[in-house]
Design a protein around this ligand. Structure first.
Ligand SMILES: NC(=O)c1ccc[n+]([C@@H]2O[C@H](COP(=O)([O-])OP(=O)(O)OC[C@H]3O[C@@H](n4cnc5c(N)ncnc54)[C@H](OP(=O)(O)O)[C@@H]3O)[C@@H](O)[C@H]2O)c1
Length: 383
């Protein structure tokens, strides 16, 4: 296992980390972790060099943290960096932070956290952070020795990413990053910005939540099958990410022992900056195939924003492109439904009133209101 040195910190993390968000469950019930199996999987990964475990307050409907507390008994706590996250989107008042943090520490049953992240920072949740002085709370936890390092995981545009990255002396940031998402959400622009600032970058969703393993469009699957260099689609996807020297750690949400074994194999002999010309060409072609399957030629330039009615237009098109480009139709639909049925802070396509302000601004000349209407019908078919 390769270990990468964090910039300006006395930390070396295994390039593969364990994400505790997609653990095996019983009877398909997301709350019921199959504890025997998941215990074996995580401890096997740690016994074979993984030294970082990532969980969060809502994972497995609140049961991931409690379970990770059990996994880290018997001397395993000392073998790993432990990360969990403050669910900033749920905070209503300042007192919530202390209450949730104490609950998390009780569930995890540990003396301190290595990494404490603001969870899923976005335009809206960043406003909550500012209003409730969340950064002061983070400083307090650091001073008290309850957390060692502070970071944030991120789900929004590069514009917001830059604001958040510049607002604090972060120890790390966690980004969604894979070869199919270079222009989706934070994308390569935020990755480059973080790298240029010398931030420590942790990657989540390296397989696009499993899509790059299981749901490749036929053309892409054929491309990998016919490539001169043989690797599984999973190995190609990880290879593309770990090739970036700025990546300190790649989190994988392994759901079966087969995933653990396969990923330990893939991550046995990794090196940054090691892709040769032929491999680079294979991956560039893969990226091109993904781009060609996109429904809307949105480049995420954000010239269309702000929408006077609050639609996050580039995010809508990013999700729609995931829907049209890959076989897994359920995940983007579920994600859209979740956003659309929120009671507050909504930004979905149905808010469009066809005012046309965006039409003049789009350099790609996309018929934005028409395409928003189309995607709303497709991603939210009950309407
Ligand atoms: N906002 C946030 O803070 C946030 C958001 C997302 C993720 N995360 C963290 O980042 C971690 C990583 O993200 P992720 O879980 O989305 O990672 P991912 O690696 O993109 O997706 C994990 C899925 O990929 C598939 N997979 C993994 N290894 C495989 C293998 N060797 N062969 C075939 N399929 C394989 C499995 O899908 P199937 O089970 O469908 O086969 C697995 O459930 C999460 O677990 C979580 O800890 C944080």
């Amino acid at each position: 296992m390769e270990y990468r040195q964090f910039n300006k910190k006395n930390i070396k993390t295994s390039i593969l980390g364990f994400g505790a968000m997609r653990l095996p469950v019983i009877d398909g019930d997301y709350s019921k972790i199959d504890e025997d199996e998941a215990m074996k999987m995580i401890r096997h990964a740690i016994d074979n060099g993984v030294n970082y475990v990532d969980t969060a307050y809502p994972y497995h409907n609140g049961n991931s943290e409690t379970f990770i507390g059990k996994v880290l008994k018997d001397g395993y706590r000392e073998k790993v960096y432990l990360a969990t996250k403050l669910p900033v989107g749920r905070l209503k008042e300042k007192a919530d932070m202390e209450r949730i943090f104490n609950e998390q520490m009780k569930k995890l049953d540990v003396e301190y956290l290595d990494f404490y992240l603001l969870h899923a920072v976005s335009r809206n949740s960043w406003e909550i952070c500012k209003n409730l002085d969340v950064l002061e709370f983070i400083d307090k936890l650091k001073k008290e020795g309850k957390i060692k390092y502070a970071g944030f995981s991120f789900h929004d545009s590069p514009e917001i990413f830059k604001k958040v990255a510049d607002s604090y002396d972060w120890d790390m940031c966690q980004l969604q990053f894979n070869y199919a998402d270079t222009k989706v959400q934070a994308g390569i622009e935020s990755f480059r910005y973080a790298a240029d600032k010398g931030m420590n970058i942790v990657i989540m969703e390296p397989l696009k939540g499993g899509t790059l393993a299981n749901d490749l469009p036929d053309e892409l699957a054929e491309h990998f099958k016919n490539a001169k260099i043989m690797k599984s689609p999973v190995e190609w996807a990880f290879r593309w990410v770990y090739n970036f020297p700025e990546v300190k750690l790649i989190l994988s949400g392994m759901s079966t022992m087969e995933h653990v074994l396969d990923n330990l194999r893939i991550f046995k002999n990794t090196k940054p900056d090691s892709m040769d010309i032929e491999e680079t060409a294979i991956m560039n072609k893969a990226i091109k195939i993904v781009e060609e399957k996109t429904a809307v030629p949105c480049t995420d330039c954000k010239y269309c924003l702000p929408c006077p009615h609050g639609v996050n237009i580039p995010m809508m098109f990013g999700l729609y492109n995931s829907y049209t480009g890959f076989k897994n139709k359920q995940e983007p639909r579920d994600r859209y439904k979740n956003w659309r049925e929120r009671e507050e802070n909504r930004f979905t396509a149905d808010l469009c009133v066809r005012c046309g302000v965006c039409l003049e601004k789009c350099p790609q000349h996309i018929e934005i209101p028409d395409r928003l209407e189309e995607l709303d019908k497709i991603l939210y078919p009950s309407t």
